[in-house]
Design a binder for this molecule. Structure first.
Ligand code: HEC
Ligand code: HEC
Length: 371
């Protein structure tokens, strides 16, 4: 029987890890508090991709880029003969060759743009040094990242439909099963790995898995570390802490614009139904601190977004800002009213770091989700 070994174990392992990491990255993009998992998966994908590029240069015959079929005439011939092919392709057929290369480039661009968003928007990871310079453009980079991800879905759809079509039209080739067992039913030369290829494959594949485990398990590793500093408000302004954290969460000054703080501090005797009035000197001192650190002066994502979406500048409750409402719209009302939280304004029940001036995605407490 004619049978050829086309895809060696490293090529198949690469394929399935690539699939698994991409699916996991897609799922982990769903919730803010999983963002560091998403980034860990992106980092592991970067490792896999680098391995695949090296593999495309020095790997076995059919996995090499030089074996990919990029001639336009070949593509035309392939499409014209799609129902009655004049030849069988042992490695990638011309259409698959283009899709494969496009996929590698797109994943590469998605990873790079992902690290850009992570650095610029979240002030985290290896590109965080760009945050201070480019934070105003955080939305642009996010859109670019999503654009490449959408392209990737199109390519994946094309790839999967190509394989399924091949299965329908030319089941005898065994293309679909070849990615499981490595064999196609075509007469040609088997591939064999040299010692060097084996060593490179072991380093490449295990290296990618090591990157994933490392990024997930080592706290504050460079791939995910935050460069936003925790603020010790007691050191910064003790009076602010004493007066403004006695009844509720200490709200970071960076969560409201100047105008809101002026309004709030101007009417403390009638403060959300409570009397929170202060000595005039204390009031002035706290107000000055609030104004110096208001949302306008902060580069943090939350401050930028609050300012971008604020329409009614008279708002004095953070929970009334459009940004707050939007980011919390998925949380059921029962969660806010439940015994653990009690009020929307009780930020610290869900955000363990809010009183240090941060709202980090990975500091959201699990109770935020419990009804
Ligand atoms: C005597 C108690 C008391 C003191 C002292 C107090 N507050 Fe409040 N504050 C409240 C209450 C009650 C609410 C409404 C909370 C709710 O909706 O659950 C509130 C709400 C707020 C909110 C809006 C929260 C939201 O819904 O987004 C802000 C901002 C705020 N306070 C700032 C301050 C500041 C700044 C100080 C210090 C000058 C201060 N508070 C001192 C009782 C107090
Ligand atoms: C019941 C729990 C809960 C309470 C109370 C709560 N939050 Fe949140 N908050 C969340 C969750 C969950 C998310 C993430 C939403 C998501 O993943 O889209 C979030 C997201 C945010 C974000 C966006 C973070 C980002 O990086 O996108 C900010 C800012 C924020 N909260 C501020 C506050 C402030 C300020 C308060 C208090 C006035 C507050 N939250 C009260 C649960 C809560």
């Amino acid at each position: 029987m004619k049978r050829v070994y086309v895809w060696t174990l490293p090529t198949r392992l690469f394929h399935w890890l690539f699939v698994a990491f991409i699916i996991a990255a897609w799922i982990s993009a769903d919730e803010d508090r999983w963002l560091s998992i998403h980034v860990a998966l992106g980092s592991a994908l970067a490792g896999l991709l680098i391995f695949r590029i090296i593999w495309g240069i020095m790997g076995p015959k059919y996995s090499k880029f030089s074996d990919f079929n990029f001639q336009i005439s070949g593509l035309k011939e392939y499409i014209a003969g799609i129902f009655h092919p004049s030849r069988h392709y042992v490695g990638h057929n011309p259409a698959a060759s283009y899709i494969m290369i496009a996929m590698f480039i797109t994943v590469g661009l998605a990873i790079v743009s992902g690290f850009l968003v992570y650095g610029i928007q979240e002030n985290r990871g290896i590109l965080a040094f760009l945050h201070a310079r480019a934070f105003g453009e955080m939305d642009l980079f996010k859109e670019v990242h999503e654009f490449f991800v959408n392209i990737l879905w199109v390519l994946i759809a094309l790839h999967v439909s190509g394989v399924l079509m091949n299965r329908l039209l030319h089941a005898e080739d065994g293309t679909l099963t070849s990615i499981f067992d490595g064999y196609k039913n075509i007469k040609s030369d088997n591939v064999r790995l040299s010692l060097l290829q084996k060593i490179v494959a072991i380093i490449g594949i295990t290296g990618s898995i090591v990157i994933l485990v490392y990024a997930l398990s080592v706290p504050n590793n460079p791939l995910v570390v935050s460069h936003t500093l925790h603020i010790d408000y007691t050191k910064e302004h003790k009076l602010f802490v004493n007066e403004c954290a006695s009844c509720h969460t200490l709200y970071p000054p960076s969560l409201l614009p100047k105008q809101s703080w002026v309004k709030l501090m101007g009417d403390l005797s009638n403060h959300f139904g409570d009397d929170a009035s202060l000595e005039p000197a204390d009031n002035r001192s706290i107000l000055a601190y609030l104004l110096a650190h208001s949302a306008e002066s902060s580069k943090q994502e939350m401050s930028v977004k609050i300012m971008q979406t604020l329409q009614n500048r008279d708002i004095i409750a953070i929970t009334q800002t459009p940004f707050w409402k939007r980011t919390h719209r998925h949380i059921p009302i029962e969660v806010f009213q439940g015994d653990l939280v009690k009020s929307r304004a009780n930020c610290k029940a869900c955000h363990s770091d809010v009183e240090q001036g941060l709202i980090e995605d990975n500091a959201i407490r699990p109770i935020a989700m419990k009804v």
